[in-house]
Design a binder for this molecule. Structure first.
Ligand code: BES
Ligand code: MN
Ligand code: MN
Length: 449
């Protein structure tokens, strides 16, 4: 492997600040799409096309036709999360830098570095596989463009298998495949208490305060014990089987290490009667991301805010449904807000949870590939995060392999995101081996017919 050239090419990709949620970066998203398209053309793809959007297009491509060979759809995303707080980065987020065998940059692990592995694993040996590519630019903002595209053109996901590399090992040396992803319901709760802001001396003591009402509402929606008090919220939640819970106990996961090394806080919270892994992987959540309103500038201003808004989201688990949870939250907000308050909810984006059977042939082949390259096969795990479009990728019946070559401490969405270079080189080797094994299965792999 020409590591120097590969690193140069990956750095080029990582230098593009393709932040999908910020309109100021639309041109950069477009540039990242162009980078992917050029790469697909280099691989000999025909039909390379930008679909669905001028600013955040889905990059589609079809590899060279190999009659009779299995079809593999590769999914990934070229967009990234905003890099703030910038001051906490040791080196700038869009100037990829190597330190201690790691590559630091926004997107190095989520997901540009992993898309890079999937693409670079298709080398000149031309594996006997019919490749299809869907590399999107809006994953970090709910995947609306790709959703709409797949609704119009569901045949794009027809394949014998789909591979998504947008997760990590469960621990160093422990590659994984994921049987569930949590869904997401993201919205804004707004509370209004008066027509305009009011002088807190003239009115304080008798006029309602929007921030105070919002704070009370939020703590009613989720108690200090970690329980979400939205009526019906837990009804559809399916507990993992005894066998699955027992298997998690054997994973190299330690609650104390998780607190001290990963969270780096003073204590864990949540529903105490469930293990930490169950809380992270198999239970739904309610989180407050930010609160807007009132006076937050420098200095002091004596005002009673008339309105306050909280950005919140809930992670959903099988068998919760996004549409049901949206209704449940709206009803709970209406019910928990006092009469003197106008409370409303606006939903920004969301996704159903995904559940995948991890025992079909393509999973066995990936397991073999990991074993061959890293010395250990894949363990089945669950993912706390979300990839909105996964249920749609599974809709044509192909098994969707959720895996990844990152590590749990890659700091996705946070300052100093990184990818270990060993993971990068192993990752390319693993996927190369996987494609070879898949190509060797001229007929047995078919999931259709
Ligand atoms: N790669 C992540 C999803 C992920 C992270 C899965 C960790 C498993 C473990 C993905 O890019 C992501 O961040 N998704 C967003 C989706 C949302 C914005 C709709 C998420 O989970 O917050
Ligand atoms: Mn991702
Ligand atoms: Mn992400």
């Amino acid at each position: 492997m020409d590591q120097e050239r590969l690193l140069r090419e990956l750095n080029e990709f990582l230098r593009i600040p393709s932040i999908s949620t910020l309109p100021a970066h639309n041109q950069d998203c477009r540039a990242a799409a162009e980078w992917v398209a050029a790469e697909l053309r280099r691989l000999g793809c025909h039909d390379v096309a930008f679909l669905g959007s001028d600013t955040h297009p889905v990059v589609w491509g079809k590899g060279p036709d190999v009659p009779g060979a299995p079809t593999l759809l590769i999914y990934g995303h070229y967009d990234v999360q905003p890099p703030d707080p910038l001051a906490e980065w040791t080196t700038p987020p869009f100037e990829p830098t190597q330190r201690d065998g790691k590559l630091f940059a926004r997107g190095s692990a989520d997901d540009k570095g992993q898309v890079f592995c999937l693409l670079k694993a298709i080398d000149s040996k031309n594996p006997m596989v019919n490749f299809r590519f869907l590399i999107e630019g809006e994953e970090e903002y709910g995947s609306k463009v790709l959703f709409d595209l797949l609704k119009r053109e569901p045949q794009r996901v027809r394949a014998d298998a789909v591979v998504v590399a947008d997760m990590s090992y469960v621990a160093p040396g422990w590659p994984a495949v994921y049987s569930t992803l949590r869904g997401l319901c993201y919205g804004e709760i707004t509370v209004r208490t008066s027509k305009t802001d009011l002088h807190s001396g003239e009115y304080g003591g008798a006029a309602p305060n929007a921030h105070e009402e919002l704070a009370r509402l939020l703590t009613r929606l989720k108690g200090a014990d970690g329980k979400v008090n939205i009526p019906g919220f837990y009804t559809a939640v399916k507990r993992p089987s005894k066998a699955e819970l027992a298997a998690w106990k054997k994973l190299p996961f330690n609650e104390k290490d998780f607190l001290n090394r990963r969270v780096q806080g003073k204590g864990l919270v949540g529903l105490k009667k469930y293990s930490v892994l169950e809380r992270l992987w198999a239970l739904p959540t309610f989180e407050i991301h930010g609160i807007l309103g009132g006076f937050t500038g420098e200095g002091a201003k004596t005002v009673i805010p008339a309105a306050a808004t909280a950005k919140v989201s809930m992670r959903l688990v099988p068998n919760q449904k996004l549409a049901t949870v949206e209704r449940q939250l709206t009803a709970a907000v209406k019910r928990l807000a006092p009469k003197h308050v106008t409370a409303s909810v606006r939903f920004l984006h969301g996704a159903d949870p995904a559940q995948i059977k991890v025992d079909s042939l393509p999973f066995q082949l990936l397991d073999q590939a990991f074993k061959k390259v890293t010395g250990r096969g894949t363990v089945p795990a669950r993912a706390g995060g979300s990839i909105p479009v996964v249920p749609a990728l599974a809709s044509a019946g192909a098994p969707v392999i959720l895996t990844g070559i990152g590590l749990p401490d890659d700091r996705l969405h946070a300052p100093n995101e990184k990818l270990d270079l060993k993971q990068l080189w192993d990752g390319i080797e693993v996927f190369r081996t996987f494609y070879e094994l898949l190509g060797g299965q001229q007929s047995g792999v078919r999931s259709r017919g």
